[in-house]
Design a protein around this ligand. Structure first.
Ligand code: HDD
Length: 717
């Protein structure tokens, strides 16, 4: 961070004195042992005993060592974020691959190959700081670019649309979603009355609701999520010409989800599942990567899209306006300190650089106020830009002064502009050559508190999303609605939801209603309700394949493969398959009844990574059970092993069974002797089949889940 420039009115050159003091301190630090001290640098002689009056007497108030330590501890926590409280972050860089000078004058988007440092924070929206990662929710995807022209924050999400159209409803949405205020439950879940009460009375939430209830709500990994800037922004070039722009992050790791049931179980098994996954991947050198894509629309052409670009409940189908890839984001360094970086980072949609500007999206406009406002409380004043994680890398200097936690020492008498006293060292105003300039949007209209009729269409894009899902994805949406609504106590709320859904798709509404003891969904009932607005909008296209995650394949690097083993396991095939998996970047873990080693059929010792007691199939992407008769028999008699495999089967994970290992599935009532179900590979132990089997297993893992497996309801896991 830049210090204020020296002021010409200042007489003694105190900078020299400061430098001398620093030098003295540096020499002192280098020549002294790193011993434990107080915050004032006083060496602590005993950190185990407080000062007391006699060996068995009371503690003395004068014990400043004790008081300093307790005071620091007592004040360690700061208020958590009112939303997006639970998050995890990483450092990295953004590299431009396609110069964008034709569209924007933003410096970091000019030169191909230019790398801009970034910090990214992923978050859950509703859960509190100590909640679980995998709960069904939207995920925040906030990127801080430390550009040469100042910090630019793209504060987005893993879905391209939001629930509401106007920021004035944000507190209501979040009050309804967060734990109910009288008893503080449920934590981090949308499955409760107040959430569904609110959204069912606000049909504009329908499109985002479908995204939330889809597989996007339960990502397999933060690294396997798309990201979106959500709002329409503007690019402005050096001549002042503007294009509307929407931002997309496309993960190189593929787009993948958990099963809803799996996500719920992981929430108990490992509440830190997503943050651990991100941390481990980076620590192991598998740096996650996304492409940055833009959809651009010329000013004037927006009228032809068939919906309002300023409405944040709408996306631009990629089939109408293709996504152009302009760069890549790589996360390659874990934070040094969760609090100092991930917790204290402050993103603001209002942090722009020259060449990028807002539009009049009424949700975005409200956000421009809210972030700085909430950070005044959370980070304790107006100086959070001085915290290391928030500091711009380029110099900053102005005449803002003082306030809580100010750490810059501003020198001299001058703290105003214009002035004549800081001659030669004043911070002159640029006059518009390099500085930020707002797009000169013509505005001539009456002041109103109303929405444009172009915001009235609440369903056509929800229908587009529904039409674009694969059969398995549609099933998941139906069961997610059913799961959440089955937890809603008031039947009238459930009924309102399905009546609204009838405006999206009649079959969807009927299927959701089936097990919920509701009347047949009635679109007319919904249309008659207060706040409901009819729209005659028609879909420009029937379906958008880009909205489905099916078929996305990002390879198997970082996938976790469980190898179940017991005494007598044959390791011939295991070694070949394990090698193929490891070569592709996957991580194999041997799981047995006990830690230590397992004796193999050839008398070798196979090291064990986890025992059944301490892990679960939901923490793995695929299961391999090698051959060996005594080993297979022992596992088939072991309830934990059988449950492990059946659960993986139920969650449609790839499974590879060799020889007698098929007995384990049979123990759970699944016979694979004729036609193995989708994603279940059976090897016969013949050495010539090992390599092709290994390749097939790698391909099956890359396909992620094998949803075609059924029936699953009968599987006892
Ligand atoms: Fe927000 C945090 C994303 C609408 C008010 N928001 C926050 C974060 C993300 C988003 C990723 C966490 C940033 C971090 O990691 O520190 N928010 C969104 C998206 C929205 C959105 C994608 C819709 C397009 N938000 C939104 C509205 C308002 C807010 C309409 C209020 C008018 N959001 C906040 C906030 C938070 C926040 C209360 C809480 C913590 C913070 O800002 O610093 O101000």
């Amino acid at each position: 961070m830049a210090q204020s420039k020296p002021d010409a009115t200042r007489k003694p050159k105190s900078g020299d004195a400061a430098a001398a003091k620093q030098k003295q301190l540096d020499t002192f630090t280098q020549t002294h042992e790193p011993v434990l001290t107080t915050n004032q640098g006083v060496v602590v002689s005993d950190d185990h005993n407080s000062l007391r009056a006699g060996l068995r007497g009371p503690t003395l108030l004068e014990d400043f060592l004790l008081r300093e330590k307790l005071t620091a501890f007592d004040h360690e926590r700061i208020p958590e974020r009112v939303v997006h409280a639970r998050g995890t972050g990483a450092h990295g860089y953004f590299e431009l691959t396609k110069p964008m000078g034709q569209y924007t004058r933003a410096d970091f988007l000019q030169e191909a190959g230019l790398r801009t440092p970034v910090f990214v924070r992923f978050s859950n929206v509703a859960g509190e700081r100590g909640s679980s990662d995998t709960v069904r929710d939207l995920r925040g995807f906030a990127v801080k670019f430390y550009t040469r022209e100042g910090n630019y924050d793209l504060v987005g999400a893993n879905v391209p649309v939001f629930f509401i159209q106007d920021a004035i409803k944000f507190p209501d949405l979040m009050h309804a979603w967060k734990p109910e205020p009288h008893h503080g439950m449920p934590q981090a879940s949308s499955g409760h009355d107040t959430f569904w009460d609110f959204v069912s009375l606000m049909p504009e939430t329908t499109h985002a609701l479908l995204w939330l209830m889809s597989d996007r709500g339960v990502p397999r990994s933060l690294r396997m999520m798309e990201g979106f800037g959500v709002h329409t922004f503007r690019f402005i070039n050096a001549h002042g010409a503007a294009h509307y722009v929407k931002f997309h992050w496309k993960p190189k790791q593929g787009r993948h989800a958990l099963c809803a049931e799996e996500a719920r179980k992981i929430a108990g098994q490992d509440p830190d599942f997503h943050r651990r996954d991100l941390w481990d991947a980076i620590a192991r050198g598998h740096c996650p990567e996304w492409e940055l894509g833009v959809q651009m629309v010329e000013e004037g052409r927006e009228q032809q899209l068939g919906f309002d670009l300023l409405d944040p409940t709408k996306l631009i189908p990629e089939e109408l306006v293709p996504v152009q890839v302009i760069g890549r984001l790589v996360l390659n360094r874990n934070p040094d300190n969760h609090f100092a970086e991930t917790e204290q980072v402050a993103f603001r949609p209002g942090h722009l650089v020259p060449g990028i500007d807002f539009t009049a999206d009424p949700l975005l406009q409200g956000r421009l106020f809210s972030y700085m406002d909430t950070q005044l409380t959370r980070l304790g004043g107006p100086n959070s830009h001085e915290l290391p994680i928030n500091r711009s890398l380029c110099p900053f200097h102005n005449y803002q002064r003082d306030g809580r936690h100010r750490s810059t020492i501003a020198r001299g008498a001058v703290s105003y502009e214009p002035n004549s006293l800081a001659t030669g060292s004043e911070f002159r105003v640029d006059g518009g050559q390099q500085g930020f300039q707002s797009y000169e949007e013509p505005l001539e209209s009456p002041k109103v508190r109303r929405r444009s009729p172009s915001f009235d269409d609440h369903f056509s894009q929800a229908t587009l999303f529904w039409n674009s899902q694969s059969p398995a994805e549609k099933e998941h949406i139906v069961s997610a609605f059913q799961y959440d609504l089955s937890r809603v106590q008031v039947p009238a709320i459930r009924q309102r939801v399905v009546d609204n859904l009838a405006h999206v798709d009649a079959r969807l509404a009927r299927k959701v209603a089936e097990p919920l003891a509701l009347a047949v969904p009635d679109p007319k009932a919904a249309a008659g309700r207060a706040g409901f607005r009819e729209s005659k909008a028609k879909l420009a296209i029937e379906a958008s394949p880009a909205l489905s995650m099916e078929g996305s394949n990002g390879g198997i690097a970082t996938r976790r493969i469980a190898v179940l083993a017991a005494t007598g396991v044959e390791i011939g095939a295991l070694k070949i398959i394990q090698q193929a998996l490891t070569d592709a970047g996957a991580l194999c873990c041997v799981i047995a009844d006990h830690l230590g080693v397992v004796s193999t059929s050839s008398g070798q010792q196979l090291p064990v990574d986890h025992c059944f007691m301490g892990t679960s199939s939901v923490l793995f992407d695929a299961v391999l059970v090698p051959g060996g008769a005594p080993h297979a028999e022992a596992l088939a008699r072991n309830g934990n092993a059988v449950h492990f495999l059946l659960e993986a089967y139920r969650h449609c994970k790839p499974i590879c069974l060799i020889g007698p290992a098929t007995e384990l599935l049979r123990a759970g009532g699944i016979d694979v002797s004729d036609q193995p179900p989708a994603g279940v590979l059976v090897g016969n132990g013949d050495p010539t089949t090992r390599v092709p089997l290994a390749q097939e297993f790698v391909a099956a893992i890359a396909r992620h889940r094998h949803w075609a497996r059924s029936p699953l309801d009968t599987v006892p896991a």
